[in-house]
Design a protein around this ligand. Structure first.
Ligand SMILES: [Zn+2]
Length: 383
């Protein structure tokens, strides 16, 4: 019976998936205005295009999945567009734009330095650089993960970077700026991309969900955004994963189960028990968490994070540091109001210390339990 149900579910979601284009691809921004949360960068690039003050080489730095390659592609398309909009965006209609949108433009060359990092790879690229573009004005060379180039390759590249042909424009992208040699850095205009805030990711996923006619709880979006850790690309692919698993009606519980996230529900419950000095209950909850397959350190780190969130929720000035929205924000505020400030500080200190000592501890389970016992007795001493 169970098997049959599972079978039924799987086949429904398969049929559904056929019509569902992976949103990471479908919702990739194709104009500067649709890039999420990198406004300073996109407006600087647009200004440069408008005033025709383009550099020959750019370095895009920042964490993975925040839009570096996407911005590089949009930039390449825009500077080759023959019919720019008033707002300095690509028209998406001219021959060059259409070629870009269909991935058949000869004006853009991408090299992934993570897998092509030899001198020969760079020499091939340098040979291509000399050839002027057929349509459009610029040939754009995007070198992804440029810090992975071998030092010989770097040196071979330096000369081209110093004296590039008029039509060539380089966009180097890296997640590790500190690994780029100073001679390269000094020749590039540098842009630092931000990690994308949870709130911005939630807002964008909400937009995608509405477009796709998928109903999803706000708290579920929050979990996905947190899990993505600042990377929009990850957020979209997690979103896809959840949709293929749960269909068009997605609850908070679906997401928690699917991502195996340590639910903040545990921490709200724990804190209530701490305040009532119910030691046994806290130990049982910890046991429940371990039984669900979570690591002790993951648990204690999450607990420290919960106390931190409660702490910032106490003060209207710091509540903006709480990266959750909606109903959950109110729950944090309510629980924070019940916690004496010195309890929060001390609980944060104990859990943080336990997290710190966890790796070297001989009896890891015991050290977490000890921390729970100590926290559960904090308000007892006062009474
Ligand atoms: Zn165009």
């Amino acid at each position: 019976m169970d098997e049959l149900t599972i079978f039924g579910l799987t086949s429904t979601s398969c049929a559904f998936m056929e019509n569902f284009i992976v949103s990471a691809r479908k919702y990739r921004p194709d104009t500067f205005n649709t890039v999420v949360a990198q406004d300073t960068i996109t407006s600087t690039l647009k200004n440069a295009i408008r005033s025709k003050q383009l550099a020959h080489s750019y370095l895009f730095c920042g964490p993975r999945g925040v839009g570096k390659t996407t911005c590089a592609r949009i930039f390449a398309k825009t500077i080759n567009c023959s019919n720019l909009t008033h707002d300095t965006e690509a028209c998406n209609q001219c021959e060059s734009c259409l070629a870009f949108n269909n991935n058949r433009s000869y004006n853009i060359h991408e090299l992934d330095a993570a897998s092509n990092n030899s001198v020969d790879d760079i020499r091939n690229l340098i040979d291509q650089v000399r050839i002027p573009p057929q349509i459009g004005s610029y040939s754009v060379y995007i070198i992804d993960e440029v810090h992975m180039l071998s030092s010989q390759a770097f040196n071979a590249f330096l000369k081209t970077l110093e004296e590039p042909p008029r039509h060539a424009l380089f966009i180097l992208a890296t997640t590790e700026k500190h690994k780029i040699i100073p001679t390269i850095l000094s020749r590039c205009q540098i842009f630092d991309f931000n990690r994308i805030k949870v709130g911005d990711i939630v807002q964008y996923l909400d937009h995608v969900a509405r477009e796709e006619k998928i109903s999803i709880e706000q708290s579920a979006l929050n979990v996905i955004a947190n899990k993505a850790d600042g990377a929009m690309r990850d957020a979209l692919s997690i979103f896809d994963q959840i949709v293929s698993f749960s269909g068009r009606e997605i609850t908070y519980q679906d997401v928690i189960t699917n991502l195996n996230v340590l639910d903040y529900e545990y921490y709200f419950r724990l804190t209530d028990h701490f305040l009532r000095n119910e030691v046994a209950d806290t130990l049982l909850i910890f046991n429940e968490v371990l039984d669900s397959g979570f690591e002790g350190q993951h648990f204690i780190g999450g607990l420290a994070g919960h106390f931190r969130d409660l702490l910032v929720s106490r003060d209207p000035a710091t509540i903006q540091l709480l990266e959750v929205g909606g109903d959950i924000r109110d729950r944090y505020k309510a629980q924070a109001a019940n916690c004496p400030p010195d309890f929060l500080l001390e609980a944060l200190r104990i859990s943080n210390e336990c997290d710190f000592q966890y790796k070297i501890s001989q009896n890891k389970r015991l050290s977490v339990e000890l921390a729970l016992v100590r926290i559960a007795q904090l308000t007892l001493k006062k009474k």
